[in-house]
Ligand binder design. Structure first.
Ligand SMILES: C[S@@+](CC[C@H](N)C(=O)[O-])C[C@H]1O[C@@H](n2cnc3c(N)ncnc32)[C@H](O)[C@@H]1O
Length: 200
């Protein structure tokens, strides 16, 4: 996994541009409605999605497996943006609590145990009434079913990147313990679910 992302960021640098994903804009509204001011972004990449949050005065901390992506983020934001270098599978990286978590395009890259763990770890780092937004690729993606079948609904098209494709049932099954509020469909460069949760 590390090698796949290191190579990708080395070769393609800011590969999705500096515009935040639609999902980050949607999440910003949700976080502002809930008065979030301290946000954790697991899989922050080179930081393009931090911008709408930072612009609203939200303090952002990231976690990222690729050193190159972290260097790009530092170039774009300066050293104000704190990013832990490592895998989300090693969470928690600190003992702090966050009132918001935004995780875009990462959970579907993990295996079943890792998906359970990241959800549990994120929920544990949330304050009471804290909010989480995850996005995950759906089974409507045109490449669904292509590549080597790894396990049910999980395929490897590119070496090193195994993808689990969600349907509404699997979103409900995996997220219902974590204060699932709403599942939206968002068209990014792939069809994604945007999953909103709130801690009770
Ligand atoms: C699809 S990209 C999305 C990046 C970012 N969220 C964005 O939209 O600009 C997935 C990101 O998660 C990072 N990543 C993948 N596996 C990871 C892991 N196990 N731990 C931490 N970061 C990981 C990748 O390096 C990459 O930056």
């Amino acid at each position: 996994m590390t090698e796949f992302w290191e190579t990708a960021f080395n070769n393609k640098q800011e590969m999705w541009g500096m515009q935040p994903a639609k999902s980050a804009e949607l999440a910003t509204n949700f976080f502002l409605e809930n008065a979030i001011n301290k946000l954790l972004i697991p899989g922050i990449g080179y930081g393009r999605n931090a911008k709408p949050f930072v612009d609203h005065g939200i303090v952002v901390t990231g976690i990222e497996i690729s050193k190159t992506a972290i260097e790009l983020a530092k170039k774009n934001y300066g050293s104000d943006l704190k990013i832990f270098h490592g895998s989300v599978t090693e969470m928690p990286f600190n003992q702090e609590k966050y009132d918001g978590i935004f995780c875009h395009g990462l959970i579907h890259l993990l295996d079943s145990n890792e998906r359970k763990k990241i959800l549990q770890d994120c929920y544990s780092q949330l304050t009471e009434k804290g909010c989480m937004v995850f996005t995950a690729i759906t089974k409507s993606a045109p490449q669904y079913g292509q590549g080597e079948l790894i396990s049910k609904n999980r395929y490897e098209i590119h070496k090193g990147a195994k993808i689990f494709y969600y349907d509404k049932e699997s979103v409900k099954t995996e997220f219902e313990k974590y204060g699932l509020l709403e599942i939206l469909e968002v068209e990014e460069n792939q069809p994604m679910y945007l999953i909103k949760c709130k801690k009770k």
